[in-house]
Each structure stands twice: as C-alpha cells, then as structure tokens.
Design a protein around this ligand. Structure first.
Ligand code: DG2
Length: 248
C-alpha cells in the first residue's frame, strides 16, 4: 500500500478578499497561517510522516508546507519546488473579485470560468507585466511552456506528467510524499486518481489547509481517500469555496 497526502495551502490574502488568484504570488492570511499549522498538528497527531515534499513556486503553498512541517518537527525534509504544481493560471481574471465578476457577467459565466473542464478564462496580453514569461521567478523556465491563461484541462496537461515522471517513481521507491499545492492543481490530481468525469470534477471544491489522504493498492489503484479533521467543518469549508462565485 502507498499513501500520498495532498494539502491545499491555507487561506491566502486573496482567498480572503475573494479575488481570482491563479499565479499571483500572494501570501497566507492570518487564518491561513493557523490552518497550515493545524494541518501539521493533525498530521503529526495521526502519525503521518514524510520522506519528501513537493510544492509550487508560489509562496502561499511554500509557506503552508513550511508551517505544517515545522509543527511536525520535520523542517529539514527535502522539498522540491516546481512551477508544474502552480495554481491554474486564471488569465485576465486574476485580481478581479469573484462576487463582483459574477454580478457583472452572471454566476453561470463565473461557474464556467471556475469549474468547466476545458474553457479557458480570457488570456493575459503578452505585454502584461503579469505574463509569467516577463517575471523573474520563471527565468529558468522555457518561455514557450508558460501560460497566459489555463483551463483545468491545460493544468492537467502539466500536473499529471510531472506526477507520473517525478513523484510516482519516488512513491514506488516507498518514499512517503506530501504535496502542498492549490485548489485547481490538486483538482487535476484528484480527477486523475479517482477517474472522475468532466462533469463530476465540476462539483469538487477543495477546502484550504486540510490534509487529504490517498491510499493506493499495490497495483497503484486508489483504494481509499479521506480528509483529516472534523467532517462538518470540512463540509462547511467546501461549501464556502463553492459559493465564492455567487453574486452575493
Ligand atoms: C484559487 C482557486 O486558487 O480559485 O486561483 O483564485 O487554491 O491558489 O487559492 P488557490 C484562485 P477557484 O478556482 O476555487 O475559484
């Protein structure tokens, strides 16, 4: 049996302000810091430990991982950072308030932008300073690979090959892995692990700062999946994520 833990970062400053975030590099809110610490406490309490961690290039995920590992007394764990685990690029929606956008374009349109499988939000213009190809953080990356917008399908196209080529071999070597990433880069992995349809994945909302445990049998098939923590609290957090796109 293999175990893998996924962790969406704690609430970010822009989750708090209900803004489309994507590749915007905002930090955790005060609540997000607490959520990250609690995730670490919970993991330790339940007896989880890791040999290697993976995270994105974005500080909300990196800091969540660091805070959780600190709580576990595992600050020295090897950590691999990759842009392939970055959040889905939200294109020109980045920085807009989700509820105001729903008021302007309708909740249905916002739901399509947030949860459809293959529809991309409007793209950033290449000359936009937010174009990752113009940002120092992505200097090392082949510019042709960097997006100006992404659908979930596009996100899957970078996340899953990375998982198969880099993370799965480590798990096959019996390394215990934790991945700290984002709502949509983790939805990409969930869709893949659980064989969800394009329709089913539209209903999946991942709560912030809650460890999600996957168990796989010896053939690599998912055998069990569960969140750690209080079920009612987790349910309420998922509902809160789902309703971020309501006009209010
Ligand atoms: C959120 C996800 O990403 O938003 O980019 O706004 O997980 O990095 O906070 P995260 C964003 P939704 O797709 O749930 O609207």
């Amino acid at each position: 049996m293999k175990t893998l833990v996924l962790l969406r970062h704690g609430e970010s400053e822009w989750n708090l302000e209900n803004k489309f975030t994507g590749w915007t590099d905002v930090d955790l809110s005060t609540k997000g810091i607490e959520e990250a610490k609690n995730a670490g406490k919970l993991l330790k309490e339940k007896g989880y430990d890791f040999d290697i961690a993976y995270t994105s290039y974005l500080q909300r995920a990196i800091h969540t991982l660091q805070l959780a590992l600190k709580e576990m007394g595992r600050e020295n764990l090897p950590v691999v950072k990759t842009w392939k685990l970055n959040e889905r690029h939200y294109g020109a929606l980045q920085g807009l308030n989700k509820a105001e956008t729903a008021k302007k374009y309708g909740e249905e349109q916002v739901q399509i932008w947030r949860r459809s499988f293959d529809i991309q939000p409007p793209a950033l213009k290449p000359e936009d300073d937010r174009n990752p190809a113009r940002q120092e953080l992505y200097n090392e990356i082949d510019k042709a690979d960097l997006p100006l917008t992404e659908s979930l399908k596009d996100t899957i196209a970078r996340v899953i090959p990375y998982y198969e080529q880099e993370i799965l071999p480590k798990m096959n070597e019996k390394k215990r892995v934790i991945i700290a990433a984002h709502g949509n880069s983790l939805r990409a992995l969930m869709m893949y692990f659980e064989g969800l349809t394009e329709e089913e994945i539209t209903k999946v909302n991942i709560p912030t700062g809650v460890p999600l445990v996957y168990e796989f049998d010896d053939q690599g098939k998912m055998s069990k999946k569960f969140y750690l923590g209080d079920a009612a609290e987790i349910e309420a957090k998922m509902k809160a994520v789902a309703s971020q796109g309501k006009a209010k």
